[in-house]
Design a protein around this ligand. Structure first.
Ligand code: ADP
Ligand code: MG
Length: 496
């Protein structure tokens, strides 16, 4: 195994920026590029027209209007969600190829759908859906139109085009894995990272990354056979091959692959015959300079019931792990995903989710999707309460209770005082007010008794605390600045 010698996969800044700069998505729509959008879309339509019948063209493509182009994303308006799903279902390969041909590899397409004509606020009238989110449902959809659309490719790579480098957020936790993935995608079979083994716990992006490699290679190299499979699928196919007397075909098929991606190799455990077959496939491909990409939920050396000679093969190339994302990466993932989903989440909600959902990207994504569903379908307001409901719903950790020290700090900061002055015996009005405010918030946000609250403010007794709380509540009716201060502090301290 190559221990971290990454000289040949240092990403240059240009690539990094190109791939991961989420700000590129936030370009102003009204920057005069709408005309370019129109031209690009017309070019796309020319290609599409040549590949479908007139009837299909009129029904499904003419009603689409180009809206904007921001340098890497074309936004088009479609009449309804059904319309958009239908197009994706039936013209997926054609549309994707056309977009790549006209707009280039890195560009993406987004649909904007008018959902509610009668809604008076402009923002709520439309939703945005990125194109190519869902893979086509097998070949049937394409075959239905085989006569009039482009040729059906005879090789099904099982790749889900939803997974790309573009929408994979890079952070410290996946730095090496994503750099290695990128290096392999650029030069399949041509780096020392063969096999590339990516391991890590569930929901951290292994499948996304390896499919991203596959999609990239398949798109760049028309003739290369890229195959994504899982160890379970491989096993099942092998069993079927034995039952149907087609083991030779099975072997030949796998040896014809140029880039073989096998997800979740931990499920090879205990399947000796399959392992043996995979061992020979692995050797044949490796010898022929073909690329192998594997994922596992643990480091290969820890795989139980997997043949040692197979494990030693896994160590020929590069083994990298993906760790749970750190806070900043979680924030970046949520920001990017919410933009992709066409919903702008306020920063405090993103922060709340990023703070409270720490274990997996899948759960982060789940929380975002729940929020979007609750806002668009149940018409719930986009508030922190909603975020909190969602977090508890998916079993996120209960937020830790606020401590009295945090309260003192926040209040001191708000009133531009020192924490010591709040704890002191001073009777100066602003200090007394800050102290009373701190006690009141402590009573509201912590489980502490009046006695212990008093104790942490210069050894005051419980009746002083009670009196302070009463005083603050009385102010609410007469002094709006105190009410505002309280609201703002409470918001800040409520684990938001
Ligand atoms: P694994 O295979 O490790 O269990 P997946 O690749 O299935 O995890 O990831 C779970 C979900 O989280 C997927 O929807 C994937 O797109 C998303 N995801 C994971 N990591 C990232 C990332 N760094 N950036 C964007 N999306 C991610
Ligand atoms: Mg996976």
């Amino acid at each position: 195994m190559l221990s971290a010698n990454f000289n040949d996969l240092i990403l240059n800044n240009e690539i990094e920026t190109e791939l991961y700069d989420i700000n590129a998505w936030k370009t102003d729509k009204n920057n005069g590029n709408d005309r370019i959008a129109g031209e690009y879309w017309r070019n796309c339509l020319e290609i599409i027209r040549d590949n479908v019948s007139t009837q299909v063209f009129k029904t499904w493509f003419e009603p689409i209007k180009a809206l904007s182009w921001n340098g890497n994303q074309l936004v088009v308006q479609v009449p309804s969600q059904f319309f958009c799903e239908w197009i994706e279902e039936h013209f997926y390969p054609l549309l994707q190829k056309t977009i790549t041909q006209v707009l280039g590899d890195e560009a993406s397409l987004q649909y904007e759908i008018v959902v509610d004509e009668n809604n008076e606020t402009l923002d709520k009238r439309t939703i945005k859906i990125p194109a190519f989110r869902y893979p086509p449902t097998g070949k049937q959809g394409v075959l239905m139109f085989a006569g009039e659309s482009e040729k059906v490719p005879d090789f099904n790579s099982n790749l889900n085009p939803r997974y790309s480098f573009d929408n994979f957020v890079k952070g410290e936790s996946n730095q090496l894995a994503s750099s290695a993935a990128w290096a392999v995608a650029q030069n399949p079979g041509g780096t020392r990272f063969n096999p590339l083994v990516i391991y890590g716990e569930t929901g951290l992006g292994k499948t996304h990354l390896v499919q991203g490699i596959g999609n990239f290679i398949a798109l760049k190299n028309n003739k290369m056979k890229v195959l994504y499979t899982t160890s379970e699928h491989f096993t099942q196919e092998f069993i079927n091959a034995i039952q149907n007397n087609k083991v030779n075909e099975f072997i030949n098929f796998y040896r014809s692959i140029d880039t073989l991606i096998v997800d979740d190799i931990q499920f090879f455990a205990g399947k000796e015959k399959t392992q043996d077959n995979f061992f020979h496939t692995f050797n044949a491909l490796h010898q022929a300079g073909k690329q192998l990409i594997l994922t596992s939920d643990k480091p290969p050396r820890d795989l139980d019931n997997v043949d040692d000679r197979l494990i030693s093969r896994f160590q020929w190339g590069l083994i990298v792990d993906i760790q749970p994302p750190d806070f900043e990466t979680r924030m970046a993932i949520l920001q990017k995903k919410s933009i992709d989903e066409g919903i702008e989440l306020p920063n405090n909600i993103i922060e709340y989710l990023a703070k409270n959902i720490t274990s997996s990207v899948r759960e982060l994504e789940g929380s975002l999707i729940s929020i979007i569903a609750k806002v668009t379908l149940d018409r719930r307001e986009l508030t922190l309460d909603l975020a909190r409901d969602v977090v508890y719903g998916i079993g996120g950790a209960e937020p830790k209770p606020v401590t009295i020290d945090e309260i003192k700090l926040a209040v001191a900061d708000y009133y531009k005082l020192s924490v010591e002055s709040i704890e002191s015996k001073s009777r100066k009005h602003e200090i007394t007010l800050a102290r009373q405010m701190s006690m009141f918030i402590a009573k509201q946000l912590t489980q502490l008794s009046l006695k212990s609250i008093g104790a942490s403010f210069g050894n005051r007794d419980h009746s002083t605390v009670l009196h302070s709380c009463q005083t603050i509540e009385n102010y609410f009716a007469t002094d709006s600045s105190i009410k505002l201060a309280h609201e703002s502090l409470k918001r800040k301290l409520s684990r938001t």
